[in-house]
Design a protein around this ligand. Structure first.
Ligand SMILES: CC(C)(COP(=O)(O)OP(=O)(O)OC[C@H]1O[C@@H](n2cnc3c(N)ncnc32)[C@H](O)[C@@H]1OP(=O)(O)O)[C@@H](O)C(=O)NCCC(=O)NCCS
Length: 195
């Protein structure tokens, strides 16, 4: 399978949102966002995530990966700007409201050792299990090593068994857990031999 990778641009937002809907389970609060709101979410996040890429198969975007040192800032800005809509969505979806209340009551706090984060990765369901996720990660490793980044981290929901298995197969190391998420860290070599 030949996959091309290039930096993500604002023009990719509709396709990134489509892949997100198709790939992420409905555990995620974002799964109930209308398309325009999910695009706004990724738009804000992309502004602070210089190392974000899309994977193309036959010219079509079928995967994406979003990383950066300030991904939380984009989420914060998005939340602030869309407070009323987010509140409305929560009130209409009791499952997500209950989870937000639980998060407020029992904050799932964990201080990761690494500020550089992989915020989101997704592969269209019909392209999953073909090595695209691994390919995106290996490319990311190469790019980050070139930039002198030695480590990056991520958190993933405990309920997302597939992603947990995926990260463990890729050699990510578990650095801690909360009732909601598992935190992983990936340490990069100083150089990556060219393939
Ligand atoms: C997680 C995800 C990105 C993986 O991408 P993918 O293209 O399907 O994964 P790959 O085909 O590259 O698989 C890579 C490795 O993970 C393993 N793997 C993939 N899916 C697996 C599964 N369901 N169970 C066990 N192992 C699995 C593969 O066997 C492979 O192992 P190998 O490297 O030893 O051969 C993709 O499934 C996805 O988009 N999931 C939904 C979104 C999501 O949950 N993102 C992560 C949270 S941020």
């Amino acid at each position: 399978m030949s996959i091309e990778i290039r930096p993500a641009t604002p023009a990719d937002l509709p396709q990134i949102a489509k892949i997100h809907y198709a790939a992420f389970g409905n555990d995620h609060f974002t799964s109930i966002f209308p398309q325009d709101l999910l695009e706004k979410f990724y738009e804000e996040v992309l502004k602070d995530s210089p190392d974000s890429y899309v994977g193309l198969y036959d010219g079509q975007v079928t995967s994406f990966v979003i990383t950066g040192a300030h991904t939380a800032a984009g989420v914060k800005r998005f939340t602030k700007r869309n407070k009323a809509r987010l509140m409305g969505l929560m009130l209409r979806h009791p499952k997500h409201l209950a989870e937000k209340i639980k998060i407020k009551l029992f904050p799932p706090r964990f201080n990761s050792s690494t500020p550089y984060r992989l915020m989101s990765i997704g592969v269209s369901p019909s392209f999953q299990g073909k090595g695209i996720g691994r390919f995106l990660l290996l490319n990311l490793d190469r790019i980050l090593v070139e930039k002198g980044i030695t480590q990056f981290g991520l958190s993933v929901r405990r309920s997302n068994k597939r992603a947990l298995q995926f990260y463990e197969r890729q050699g990510f190391v578990n650095e801690g857990e909360t009732w909601l998420s598992v935190y992983y860290v990936r340490t990069l070599p100083n150089t990556i031999p060219s393939s």
